[in-house]
Design a binder for this molecule. Structure first.
Ligand code: ADP
Ligand code: MG
Length: 322
């Protein structure tokens, strides 16, 4: 028998992972006491990772800790919120100290980087499950919601999409591609260690009309914006920021970035008049962005090649848009 539940909390979680002056009382009492900044709205979100469902059995504890927080930070990013506090619900099969060391290293590094304090949680015994509830701040009326896209708005994505999808195929030995070790590691790290676009989300306050993080593939996630906003979109398939290796997968390579998730890049819409301002704001924080299409009044998602060919939606199997 290793550590008791209380010993474990004391040793691994009491430190809070990042110090903040607005944490009046953190881990150790029946509830945390927190001081929200005056005049700001709280943005709250929770995401759970279950072993065997959200990550394979052999995932390292560092990567599990990192990703459990990264996916929550990504939700803050897509709302334009500044992350501040988190609660951690941990269900563990055993009090394995080597596992906990790795988990806290992976999560702690990212928490420190973003100044997110661990202020409490719950620890239980059972099959490995990690829940993180995160709380951030956003000025009222500046949150980036899904329902604000309007016909004529430009559609952008940050970074490169489809990388994590290829990473998953490589990890499962399914891609059929032969890559050198560095490129292989790059794609797998995009799956295991996505970069939450927190600074980009905050820089888009007051500029973007809608935003979402890409966790389920561009078609599904942009689809949520279209549905919530009551609009449609025309995407330029050839403009999608996609790695050469993804384009080498098949003649119809766009299936991957459209349908594979886990990139945790942001997709957002911007009034056409703001395009220069947005591109400048993103370049100031070194966040690559690419314009990939335009919002239209007619509902549905239409895909077009740059030679003018329409890509058949039904053939691509995106039932969501039929
Ligand atoms: P209670 O029985 O009052 O719910 P717990 O024994 O569950 O108290 O937790 C004791 C303290 O440790 C609380 O402050 C709780 O927030 C904190 N805590 C428990 N588990 C975790 C965890 N996994 N991460 C961070 N804090 C935790
Ligand atoms: Mg409890």
């Amino acid at each position: 028998m290793g550590l008791s539940e209380f010993g474990l909390i004391e040793r691994y979680f009491k430190g809070g992972m990042a110090a903040r002056g607005d944490v009046l009382l953190g881990v150790g009492d029946d509830a945390a006491l927190l001081q929200p900044p005056q005049g700001q709205t709280l943005a709250l979100s929770l995401d759970t990772l279950v072993k065997g469902v959200h990550f394979p059995e052999d995932t390292s504890p560092e990567n599990i800790g990192y990703k459990a927080l990264a996916v929550n930070l990504s939700d803050m990013a897509s709302m334009g919120a500044e992350p501040a506090w988190m609660l951690l619900g941990l269900t563990l099969p055993a009090a394995d100290e080597a596992w906990l060391d790795g988990f806290c290293r992976g999560m702690g590094r990212l928490a420190a980087e973003h100044g997110v304090a661990l202020v409490g949680g719950d620890t239980t015994h059972g099959s490995l499950t990690i829940s993180v509830q995160i709380c951030g701040f956003v000025p009222p009326a500046q949150a980036l919601r899904r329902d604000g896209a309007r016909a004529g708005d430009l559609i952008y994505v940050t970074g490169q999409i489809g990388d994590a999808g290829l990473g998953l195929q490589l990890a499962l030995g399914k891609s059929g591609l032969v890559l050198d070790a560095a490129r292989r590691d790059y794609f797998i790290s995009r799956l295991d260690r996505p970069t939450p676009r927190v600074a980009a989300g905050m820089a888009l306050r007051g500029l973007a009309t809608s935003a979402i993080d890409i966790s389920d593939g561009l078609a599904a996630d942009l689809g949520h914006i279209l549905e919530a906003s009551g609009v449609g979109a025309l995407l330029d398939v050839d403009a999608l920021p996609v790695a050469d290796e993804v384009k080498a997968l098949s003649a119809e390579w766009w299936h991957l970035p459209l349908s594979a998730g886990d990139d945790y890049e942001l997709c957002f819409t911007v009034p056409a008049a703001y395009h220069a301002e947005v591109e400048k704001a993103m370049s100031e924080i070194d966040c690559p962005v690419t314009r990939i299409g335009q919002i239209e009044a007619t509902s549905g998602l239409r895909l077009q090649r740059n030679n003018g060919d329409a890509v058949m939606q039904a053939k691509m199997g995106y039932q969501h848009f039929e």
